[in-house]
Design a protein around this ligand. Structure first.
Ligand code: SF4
Length: 191
């Protein structure tokens, strides 16, 4: 048996949205057997939530990958973000938001017997690897799961995700997800 016959290690990929997942999946698929995990209780608008989830399901089908859907615990997210709603995007509310999502991902990885996880979050130019990694280290504490610190925005990752998303006609939102990020988007647009 040569190296090519070895089974690929399994990796849980936390998916923040379908467009971001495209280039991450492309980058990881040769090396890992991927299982996708959707968990985004930060998206508090129900229509926006349904729309993003539908696209994540559609793209998982296109990529022939399993998408595990976590039940959104909005109360847990709101509790984590309490007192931080005035923070700008990139501030302490985002750290708490990353922790909530990655903690859930770690529990699902444990349930599935998957030893490693990573997240599509780092493909965003607004989400530095160091912040996501710090949140992951806290979130995964006490679990058996290891976070793989991959900066997907490197090597043109974000641009590749835009290209792939256009090619698959995926809905790409123009705000991160929580209500403050939606308000920030509206302010940028002068609404
Ligand atoms: S801006 Fe994005 S990462 Fe930050 S708290 Fe809101 S949804 Fe979470």
């Amino acid at each position: 048996m040569d190296a090519h016959d070895q089974p690929k290690p399994r990796l849980l990929l936390h998916v923040c949205c379908a467009p971001c997942s495209t280039a991450c999946i492309e980058r990881l698929q040769a090396e890992y057997e991927l299982v996708l995990f959707w968990y985004n209780p930060n998206i508090t608008d129900p229509d926006e939530y349904r729309r993003r989830l539908a696209e994540a399901r559609r793209y998982a089908g296109t990529a022939s990958l399993t998408l595990i859907e976590g039940r959104p615990d909005t109360e847990a997210w709101e509790a984590a973000a309490q007192g931080l709603m005035e923070e700008p995007e990139g501030g302490r509310r985002c750290d708490a938001c990353f922790r909530v999502r990655l903690r859930a991902a770690a529990h699902v990885a444990e349930e599935q017997g998957i030893e490693r996880l990573t997240t599509t979050l780092t493909i965003s130019p607004h989400k530095p690897l160091a912040k996501v990694q710090a949140a992951a280290e806290q979130a995964l504490g006490g679990t058996t799961v290891t976070y793989l610190p991959i900066d997907f925005k490197k090597q043109g990752g974000f641009e590749r995700s835009r290209e792939l998303s256009r090619g698959h006609n995926l809905y790409r939102q123009d705000f991160c997800g929580c209500e403050p990020s939606r308000i920030e988007r509206n302010q940028r647009r002068g609404r």
